[in-house]
Design a binder for this molecule. Structure first.
Ligand code: ADP
Ligand code: MG
Length: 319
């Protein structure tokens, strides 16, 4: 229905959101190799292929129904949110407003299931060959919502947003191989690595002019990070990546701590990739489809710990 399409448009704003939801599903399916391919900034196609656990035919058909998720098993799960997705609305929304093809196979099935869906309607169910894992190919986003389609940005801008979304995952999931192609050309290819900071230095090139890394544990809190020296700044906040318990988050509180410690001139910002681990019980996670806002129950403690860690490490010698 039109209402369902419009509701879907509220969750999925542009190709980068499709990319985000699909990659999160791949990670939740325990994939350790994820290939993202886009065409025309994602406006023509976003395809995510993984080597995760896959879906049976029944599971695949259920996955595209709204509010069906395989991921919440208990109240406790919901509280902890160990997985990225748990609301069961992403795939259902995406298939409403695109032409989607899903090819998926579990280890116990000999053949893969292929589903073709257009505007929410399953048009074809067939069998095909594939290794265990899942490929979701999303074409012609908003083909059936012309106003929304028109409001998409230029391919160059949509491509940049897709890249940035992809990089958010790459920076934190160093345990996963990632490949990103745009119009058939490889943009990024990162093999798994032991060192979580390695990818930051590759992606955020200005870090190379001066950075420091640290990894500390204080009062039940783990803080890991790679940050630029005071001399290496950007004129916008584009170099700021905060992760709490493995999730990319937006946090004005953490931003303020960062700015306070750096004490830079107006409109100068550091490059900083920070990983904070707290007891999940000390976290209030409000996951809006478009961003993740966290509230630390013990905010003062987190801010103080981060401030001390940054201060101490910024005073060290640079590499
Ligand atoms: P959620 O991630 O919130 O559960 P989604 O709509 O994103 O909801 O996905 C619905 C369901 O489809 C998931 O719970 C999962 O069971 C299944 N699924 C989606 N993508 C994949 C994938 N790449 N591999 C395996 N299962 C998947
Ligand atoms: Mg999901």
């Amino acid at each position: 229905s039109l209402i369902r399409k419009i509701a879907a448009g509220e969750v999925i704003h542009n190709p980068s959101f499709v990319l985000k939801e699909l990659v999160e599903n791949s990670l939740d399916a325990q994939a350790d190799r994820i290939v993202v391919e886009i065409e025309n900034g994602g406006k023509n196609m976003v395809r995510v292929s993984d080597n995760g656990i896959g879906m049976t035919r029944e599971e695949a058909l259920l996955a595209i129904e709204p509010y069906t998720t395989s991921k919440i098993e208990s109240e406790e799960d919901l509280h902890r949110i160990r997985t990225y997705g748990f609301r069961g609305e992403a795939l259902a929304s995406i298939v409403q407003v695109s032409r989607t093809k899903i090819v998926t196979k579990t280890e116990k099935d000999a053949l893969a299931t292929q589903l073709m869906i257009a505007g929410g309607k399953v048009e074809e169910i067939s069998e095909t060959h594939r290794d265990t894992g899942t490929t979701v190919e999303v074409r012609d986003l908003f083909f059936n919502l012309p106003v929304r389609r028109k409001s998409l940005k230029s391919s160059a801008i949509e491509l940049r947003m897709c890249r940035e979304m992809f990089e958010r995952f790459v920076l934190v999931r160093n345990d996963v191989d990632f490949v990103f192609t745009s119009d058939g050309k490889i943009v990024h290819s990162f093999p798994r690595t032991q060192n979580i900071f390695e990818r930051a230095i590759l992606i955020l090139e200005d870090l190379r002019k001066g950075y420091i890394t640290f990894e500390e544990e204080l009062s039940g809190l783990r803080i890991k990070g790679i940050v630029s020296s005071r001399e290496v700044t950007r004129s916008s906040r584009t170099g700021e990546y905060f992760y709490v318990n493995g999730r990319f988050v937006v946090s004005e509180e953490l931003h303020e701590v960062l700015m306070k410690v750096y004490d830079l001139p107006k409109r100068s910002y550091p490059v900083a990739v920070l990983f904070i681990e707290v007891n999940p019980e000390e976290l209030d996670v409000n996951i809006h489809p478009s961003k993740i806002v966290v509230k630390f129950l013990n905010e003062e403690k987190v801010k103080k710990s981060l401030e001390e860690t940054l201060k101490r490490n910024l005073a060290r010698k640079w590499y």
